[in-house]
Design a protein around this ligand. Structure first.
Ligand SMILES: *Cc1c(COP(=O)(O)O)cnc(C)c1O
Length: 373
């Protein structure tokens, strides 16, 4: 059997006609840059995310960068990020001239360990940037509390968690991206909501943040000839927006299918000695962008799965504080021990909405055998 890590074809097959029609519409109108689908998609996504405003941008990385810029982050500032994430979380901070400050993660959720944030706060700290890793919301109620106490802003990296929700102290369930000052999404093709290329979005409730990102993404333009700040070319393509509008309509059922696949995985893997299945906190709706297990002998397990045709990926083998790119910040082994341990044990199994029980069973059998030997 051959089981890919992710199967975008299965998604696109469901809505091939709609996608073709959307693309043809853009070609016929010729409104390739900031055309009508961009504003329509922004409106639909803002509604989906429960925020007042949304701005489409060129990638998830741009979304993070522009959100930080809109909050006034720059040289001499510090931004708190988890040590265990995709490197773009930290690069976006570096682009502004600010310094990423790495904080270790929790051993169960793999999200930033809020109890360790306080120690990382200095007089230069401006923003806490939690990542909703693998599709599981970070502990936003506690992060909000800290941010209020220290007068910090919050930028959510929701690149892996479109549609995930968390129960707030009020009892209300809130979508990720709608809780902090800005919520940043990526539409990289394999994300829960993915385009046919790069794309991203900044969600916000405050008009000032919206206005600022709106100008920054389009050359600092307030109106056609009026450039009030030095901006960037970081626009979302109309073609991507048109496709994303169609795919957004499927996001909720596709997330449900991912959750169902995770449940089936848990059933088959839960009793295998040596496998730690993902933990979902009680007050969250995890959307399983990634289904990652932990094993002690990862190399062996990885090879066993690969050799039997199973697509596996490591998210991520090197925590960001130990990446060569951040050598200059002076972190060393042992600074974020949980991140370092998880980085050695984690392995992501195939996960996509159309994954079948028979495929999961096949994967479980390989795992059971590999761990017995
Ligand atoms: C994918 C991702 C990004 C970056 O998104 P791009 O669209 O690839 O720029 C940022 N943070 C996290 C956690 C991601 O998974």
């Amino acid at each position: 059997m051959n089981i890919p890590f992710s199967d975008l074809n299965a998604q696109h097959k469901e809505i091939r006609k709609e996608i073709s029609k959307a693309i043809t519409g853009v070609i016929e109108r010729g409104d390739f840059i900031l055309g009508q689908d961009v504003a329509l998609f922004e409106k639909a996504f803002a509604q989906f995310c429960g925020v007042n405003y949304a701005v489409g941008v060129s990638s998830g990385t741009s979304a993070l960068f522009l959100a930080l810029r809109a909050l006034g982050v720059g040289p001499n500032d510090e931004v708190i990020v988890p040590a265990f994430t995709y490197i773009a979380t930290a690069s976006a901070v570096s682009y502004t001239g600010a310094k990423p400050v790495f904080v270790d993660i929790e051993e169960d959720t793999y999200n930033i360990d809020v109890s360790k944030i306080k120690k990382a706060i200095t007089k230069n700290t401006k923003v806490i940037m939690p990542v909703h890793l693998y599709g599981q919301p970070a502990d936003m109620p506690k992060i909000l509390e800290l941010a209020r106490q220290y007068e910090l802003k919050i930028v959510e990296d929701a690149a892996q968690a479109h549609g995930a929700k968390i129960k707030m102290p009020s009892g209300a369930w809130k979508p990720v991206g709608s809780i902090g000052d800005a919520g940043c999404f990526s539409f990289y093709p394999s994300k829960n909501l993915g385009g046919l290329g790069d794309g991203g979005l900044v969600a916000a409730n405050h008009k000032e943040i919206f206005d600022s990102v709106f100008m920054l993404r389009n050359c600092g333009r307030k109106s056609k000839y009026d450039h009030v700040v030095v901006g960037y070319n970081a626009r979302l393509d109309t073609l991507q927006a048109a496709v994303l509008r169609e795919k957004l309509k499927k996001l909720t059922p596709w997330n449900r299918m991912r959750q169902n696949a995770a449940k089936i995985y848990n059933k088959y893997l839960g009793d295998i000695n040596g496998v730690i299945i993902p933990y979902a906190a009680p007050d969250v709706q995890h959307v399983y962008h990634v289904y990652a297990i932990r094993v002690k002998n990862r190399e062996k397990v990885y090879q066993a799965l690969k050799s039997k045709g199973v697509g596996v990926i490591i998210h991520y083998p090197i925590p960001v504080h130990l990446q060569k790119a951040y050598e200059n910040l002076g972190y060393k082994k042992g600074d974020c021990p949980v991140s370092e341990k998880i980085a050695q044990e984690i392995i992501s199994l195939p996960m996509f909405p159309h994954l079948k029980e028979s495929q999961i069973k096949y994967i479980a059998n390989i795992l059971r055998k590999a761990l017995k030997e």
